[in-house]
Design a protein around this ligand. Structure first.
Ligand SMILES: C[C@H](O)[C@H](O)CC(=O)C(=O)O
Ligand SMILES: [Mg+2]
Length: 395
């Protein structure tokens, strides 16, 4: 049976957490002296909000079909992404069949290529693509993971990202990823502090629990190499994540050769599209790629990235991305576990990753989510009606 055509596309900005998960109040672990590329400037070292990490806010995209069914998605990109969606991308959807996601993606990407390719434009394209998959699922009355081929296992298992892997262990997660606090500009003293924090956490969690370090693009090759060796020897680090600038493919390839055998190099949350990930994989930059489903091009592009990774024997464990990741990871053998970002300020409790924007967002119980928890049409979530939506542009 033909699907109702797309009638209208709308884009909104929302403030306060959710998909823009760095947009948190004071005292949150996610803004507590975390090493960044801006840490070389002392005035921007203590808080990522000080240099504008949360300046954009969440982008909400709604796609309405002729029968009134609405698909929606959230990602980052805020007001500038609203402009791109309303003024540029909407034309490639309105009047079209929602099942034509390949052609729609292709037209969104190539029509913006002269000012796009990565970053904000791909966030906007990802938001539209995810809203389209949500709409398709709602129209077909199937969860997205069924549209993607169905689950290859009965449950998702998670590691937790946050300041308290010891608490994450008690909550049933399989590992904990800590943010790195001190970058190269804080010298040897900072390096010692980084190692001390890691070894202290290792003493709390015991030998068998995975511990990882998220370096958020803050290091240079020499520092990353030294950190990797010490963290491996002194604290049994499992992986070193996003150590270098996402543009430094050559640095990642060298880092992968430099680290101790057994320590994994991971990256990719700020990479985009099949072409960016092909660079990472062809240049043997890492052991695990970590696309963010809301930033890499959406589900339509992730299928291509994941298939290439599968053919190369590379593991793919998406960054954050909440339900958009859960519906994908459960369909893939080369994604054996998933990330859960601990958005509780402590973080001493499991709270939904994109709270308060989504309703019905599943959370890990004992570090796991059953496939059956995803059994609702589309991505299985609703937009919280109590959140004020601002629509800065129309078309
Ligand atoms: C904790 C990291 O600095 C960042 O905020 C999140 C991230 O990179 C990840 O979850 O991975
Ligand atoms: Mg990361």
């Amino acid at each position: 049976m033909p699907l109702p055509l797309i009638r209208h596309v709308r884009a909104f900005v929302v403030r306060g957490g959710g998909a823009d998960y760095h947009d948190q109040g004071e005292g949150h672990w996610i803004d507590d002296h975390i090493a960044t590329p801006m840490s070389r400037y002392p005035e921007y070292r203590q808080s990522r909000q000080s240099f504008g990490i949360n300046i954009l806010g969440t982008l909400v995209v709604e796609i309405e079909a002729a029968d009134g069914t609405i698909g929606f998605a959230v990602t980052t990109g805020g007001e500038p992404a609203c402009f791109i969606v309303e003024k540029h991308l909407a034309r490639f959807l309105e009047g079209r069949d929602p099942a034509d996601y390949e052609k729609i993606w292709d037209q969104m990407y190539f029509s913006t290529q002269y000012y796009g390719r990565k970053g904000l434009v791909i966030n906007a394209i990802s938001g539209v693509d995810l809203a389209l998959w949500d709409l398709l699922g709602k129209l077909r009355q199937e969860p997205v993971y069924k549209l993607l081929g169905g689950n290859v296992r009965e449950e998702l298992q998670f590691y937790a990202t946050g300041a308290r892997p010891d608490l994450a262990k008690e909550m049933g997660f399989i590992g904990g990823k800590l943010p790195l606090h001190h970058g190269p500009a804080e010298g040897l003293e900072g390096l010692h502090k980084n190692i001390a924090a890691l070894t202290e956490m290792r003493s709390r969690v015991g030998d068998d629990f995975w511990l990882m370090l998220d370096c958020w693009m803050s290091l240079d090759l020499d520092y990353a190499t030294r950190l990797a060796h010490r963290a491996w020897e002194e604290a049994g680090l499992k992986w070193i994540e996003e150590a270098l600038s996402p543009d430094d493919y050559w640095g990642y390839a060298a880092l992968k050769k430099n680290v101790p055998r057994g320590l994994l190099v991971t990256t990719g949350e700020h990479e985009a599209t099949r072409w960016g990930f092909r660079m990472l994989m062809d240049m043997e930059c890492c052991d695990i790629i970590q696309p963010d489903v809301g930033w890499c091009g959406g589900v339509t592009e992730l299928i291509k990235i994941a298939n290439y990774a599968d053919s190369k024997g590379v593991m793919m464990v998406p960054h954050g991305s909440s339900v958009y990741s859960y519906h994908f990871v459960i369909t893939r053998h080369n994604s054996p576990f998933a990330e859960f970002l601990m958005m509780h300020p402590g973080p001493s409790e499991v709270v939904p990753m994109f709270a308060p924007q989504l309703l019905g967002e599943p959370v890990p119980v004992n570090g796991r989510i059953r496939a059956s928890a995803l059994d609702k049409p589309g991505f299985g979530v609703e937009l919280n009606p109590d959140i004020p939506l601002h629509r800065p542009y129309t078309h």
